[in-house]
Design a protein around this ligand. Structure first.
Ligand code: MN
Length: 492
């Protein structure tokens, strides 16, 4: 245990020499004490999972509250230590991140396509604090890495959920590295046969290509130097397995048609040098028509920036180059998470600015998401506008119109639950039945089995057609029953 603590502190210290180590020690000790006696399916102490999650976040060079949240992310949910206690010791910042993670964890996934879209949307909308999502990604990555100890059915479910919800969400947030990691880890369990096929294919081809790429890089370096373009680094990057797989499916499963199996990535100091490097490359080797992409002047919707080009290199063999600045590179790897990178130089003066920035960023993402949805399902758009997404105690997502009430919720689940509804708890607190609900609320309906039926008063506040119809039906039926009961007796 001591060694995993030392490792964590060492990592944090390497990028944030002023980190509050006392606080990190406190979090480490609290996690260890709270999870004491708990074990993972693999048999290892539960806390190891929390420590690895924190380690991952530290390796992303993130600020201390995120690392602490990583250590404590399963504490309120799975142990007797409460969120309030965490708040007292570690502050509002840490506790709100953890609260968000707990909420995301409650969202269940069933793999039905319309439902997937709902959950995906909910997932992002829920993350009032986007930092919760970042910790959740780290949590999920560790769960995927330790998936072997689960039964096959569960492996498949978790991996599929990761592939359909987590990876696209990471992509939306511009976290390219995280997205690829989640995809590659899930791929193995979602489609083992295809995974093995792609893996073997890459191993074969990669060994052949590696030497060639090394020669290409050598020549490129020399030529850039001769033309006065200073580079920070140049490396050959192997395409991630899952993105390669998707591409192979589009190209008759023929790996010789994939030009960017290994792409050469060049980092330079500024934008001007990106274009200079591109010019040098194009003089050295003829570019392939239609393959020059300027994502610097026209970034991708998730903010990705780079210059891409594909050239006929040595012997006419095709190679893809990606040219970018260090800043663009960080943004491409970490996306939104780059906003919480520890940065000594502007730490003090810029915290409020950072905060503002991410709020703007989140707003942009929301806008972009809505736009994206429009592209996919223009017609469904009005269905999603003015909708809220609330949760059952079991974590199922129920989609309701804005200002819907607990009674609407009860009828959305089942007419019996609506008819027998006598009270409700929203987020654990007793609440009136006419209270307008908000996205993310968790609703528990209290049922009175002896209740005869809905109150006609509910018609004054319900928002869904379904609820009002059922309440009216019930009133009509009881009236008919009453008349039936009254009439025979009046005949006597
Ligand atoms: Mn966890």
């Amino acid at each position: 245990m001591a060694s995993s603590y030392d490792h964590l502190v060492h990592t944090i210290h390497s990028y944030n020499p002023h980190a509050d180590l006392t606080l990190i020690k406190k979090a480490f000790d609290l996690a260890t004490a709270s999870h004491k006696g708990q074990r993972r399916l693999s048999g290892e102490p539960y806390v190891n999972h929390a420590i690895r999650t924190a380690q991952f976040l530290a390796e992303m060079k993130l600020q201390t509250p995120l690392v602490i949240a990583g250590l404590l992310h399963d504490v309120p949910e799975d142990t007797t230590t409460t969120l309030d206690e965490i708040k007292k010791t570690f502050g509002e910042d840490v506790s709100s991140i953890i609260e968000g993670i707990t909420k995301i964890g409650k969202v269940k996934y069933r793999g039905v396509s319309r439902y997937v879209e709902n959950v995906r949307k909910f997932f992002i909308a829920m993350a009032e604090d986007a930092r919760s999502l970042i910790v959740k990604f780290a949590d999920r990555i560790d769960n995927l890495r330790t998936l072997d100890s689960h039964p096959p059915k569960k492996q498949f479910r978790i991996a599929l959920e990761s592939l359909e919800i987590f990876a696209p969400a990471a992509n939306r947030l511009g976290m390219g590295e995280i997205k690829c990691l989640i995809e590659d880890l899930s791929f193995k369990y979602v489609n083992p046969k295809e995974y093995e096929w792609v893996k073997a294919l890459v191993e074969q081809r990669y060994t052949k290509k590696q030497e060639f790429i090394n020669r290409v890089m050598e020549i490129t370096k020399k030529e850039l130097g001769r033309n006065g373009v200073k580079i920070i680094s140049m490396e050959g990057r192997l395409k991630s397995l899952y993105s390669l797989y998707k591409k192979l499916l589009k190209h008759e499963r023929d790996i010789t048609k994939i030009y960017d199996l290994i792409a050469v990535r060049i980092l330079v100091h500024d934008v001007a040098e990106c274009y200079s490097a591109l010019g040098v490359l194009h003089q050295l080797w003829k570019p392939l028509k239609g393959r020059i992409k300027d994502y610097i002047s026209q970034p991708k919707p998730n903010g990705y920036q780079s210059l891409h080009t594909t050239v006929f290199a040595i012997g006419g063999e095709i190679v893809e180059f990606q040219i970018r600045t260090e800043q663009m590179h960080d943004a491409a790897e970490y996306g939104l998470a780059a906003h919480w990178h520890y940065d000594e130089t502007n730490k003090k003066s810029k915290i409020p600015e950072h905060h503002k920035k991410w709020i703007e960023e989140l707003a942009l993402i929301h806008k972009e998401m809505v736009k994206g949805m429009q592209d996919i399902e223009k017609l469904k758009m009005d269905v999603f506008q003015n909708r809220i997404f609330v949760l059952t105690p079991k974590g199922d997502v129920i989609d309701l119109p804005e200002d819907a009430t607990p009674v609407d919720f009860a009828y959305a689940i089942h007419s019996d639950i609506g008819n027998k509804c006598s009270g409700c708890r929203v987020n654990g607190e007793m609440t009136r039945l006419d209270t307008p609900l908000k996205s993310g609320d968790m609703i528990e309906i209290i049922i009175d089995k002896n209740r005869k039926g809905p109150s006609p008063d509910w018609l004054k506040f319900v928002k869904t057609a379904g609820a009002s119809e059922k309440i009216r039906n019930f009133a009509r039926k009881s009236l008919t029953d009453w008349i039936k009961n009254v009439l025979p007796s009046s005949k006597k």
